[in-house]
Design a protein around this ligand. Structure first.
Ligand code: RNT
Ligand code: ZN
Length: 423
């Protein structure tokens, strides 16, 4: 039997087994096809970007650890790595860009000066690939963010600079949406916070509220752009207070009906982002996710198919919110092959979605409503040993991307041919 016959045969058997518990695998795969994942551009170069100034990642409590060779050092290499990663992924992706990744052509363009011209080549690239794009203002790794205060800075000039940056970014976002024909999400995350116990939290939060009001005062059509704001519990070096905490941004998002961005690493380790989806969906129009894997802190390890990722996927499916929850990724591991990181992490997120879509929802709900909790538990446990892998393999084959372990050698080859030759 050839390899593909084998995959198909296993899939046929899997399809029958799932049908026995009332699950239609073909429908699940079709739904997964329509659920894009937004690949964060920053795994490719450890959140470096292409500004000509000294723009290595610094401050803001985000840290890429590791020094694996072969990272992308310019826009060509960067695009090549993203394309390579996407070529190894089934289903649909988007690209999530940060403002520091503009095509600046070797000139120094300060953050408050960026224009659509610096991103037109990204739009053209995305058009060629047929993908959508999302965007982020970059409020870190900059002299004006050196004291870890940006939009909530008490100095009017400094916060004015960042307000201007965010406004420019929103205009660029709208242009992404317009030219690419799919709404683009602009996410605001700021590092603002304090290492030691501050005495004035209130004023910083009041200032942040005003800054956001100013930034969001201009409306863009929803078919072009959407706004998200990202909360956080703490950052390294900013342990005592984060201005934009969960209460602040959830309050702001509800009052202003923006998207809330929930990052898996931005809560207390015993909290699960999956649990927050149903609560927030009742009060905000849509949710943006930054799926990542915090290990002991907001470490941004590569996403794996663990309970936290699964619960996120299950809740998206159980809330029937595939069109209201946007899944972006936010991990940056500099200690392993970065294309490998993209592929493993994105595949894990997609697998979580497929796993959730293969749930016998009606039966589980019936058990729950009847108080049949042993039965609910039994069926949930049973699902873990269903031939999920056979469906996943078939899904990859259907999308003409490497099946099972085959992407490993593919990435090893890319490392040998391309990455290892980089300076
Ligand atoms: C930082 C936030 C933020 C960044 C990116 C690079 O804690 O998670 O989303 O990771 O914007
Ligand atoms: Zn994030």
């Amino acid at each position: 039997m050839t390899k593909s016959e084998n995959i198909s045969k296993s899939f046929e058997m899997a399809r029958e087994q799932y049908a026995e518990i009332g699950v239609n695998v073909d429908q699940a795969m079709d739904k997964l096809d329509l659920f894009p994942i937004s690949l964060h551009c920053w795994q490719a170069d450890d959140v470096g970007g292409f500004e000509t100034s000294d723009s290595k990642l610094s401050g803001g409590g985000i840290q890429a650890t590791g020094n694996y060779p072969g990272k992308a050092t310019n826009i060509e290499e960067h695009r090549m790595d993203i394309e390579k990663s996407m070529s190894l992924l089934p289903g649909k992706q988007r690209l999530n860009l940060h403002a520091i990744y503009g095509d600046f052509q070797g000139k120094y363009v300060d953050r408050d000066q960026i224009e659509i011209e610096h991103f037109q080549s990204w739009i053209d690239w995305a058009l060629e690939l047929g993908i959508g794009m999302d965007f982020n203002c970059s409020m870190f790794s900059h002299p004006k963010a050196a004291d870890n205060m940006t939009l909530s800075h008490k100095d009017k000039e400094i916060r004015g600079f960042w307000i201007e940056h965010a406004k420019k970014c929103r205009a660029i976002t709208a242009e992404f949406g317009k030219q690419l024909g799919t709404p683009s999400i602009h996410n605001i995350w700021i590092p603002d916070g304090s290492k030691d116990v501050p005495v004035d939290r209130y004023t910083h939060r009041a200032i942040l509220k005003d800054s956001l009001d100013d930034i969001l005062s201009l409306d863009y059509p929803a078919e072009y752009a959407k706004d998200a704001i990202e909360c956080k519990l703490f950052g390294i070096g900013l342990e005592s207070m984060t201005v934009g905490n969960s209460e602040f941004y959830l309050g702001y998002a509800i009052s202003n009906q923006t998207l809330i961005c929930l990052d898996s690493g931005h809560f207390h380790p015993t909290e699960q982002v999956g649990d927050k989806i149903s609560s927030t969906l009742l009060f905000v129009p849509e949710i943006l996710l930054h799926v990542t894997r915090p290990v002991r802190w907001d470490s941004d390890h590569v996403v794996t198919l663990n309970d936290d990722t699964l619960l996120i996927a299950q809740e998206i499916v159980r809330c029937k919110a595939l069109d209201r929850v946007h899944m972006g990724l936010d991990f940056f591991d500099a200690s392993i092959n970065r294309i490998g990181a993209y592929v493993v992490g994105t595949r894990a997120a997609q697998q979580a979605m497929l796993f959730a879509l293969l749930e016998p929802g009606e039966t589980l709900l019936k058990y729950e409503e009847n108080g049949q909790f042993f039965e609910r538990l039994a069926l949930l446990e049973l699902l873990k040993t269903k031939p999920f892998g056979a469906v996943w393999d078939y899904y990859c084959m259907k999308h003409d991307v490497p099946v099972s372990q085959d992407f490993i050698s593919d990435i090893q080859q890319y490392e040998k041919d391309v990455l290892s030759k980089r300076a």
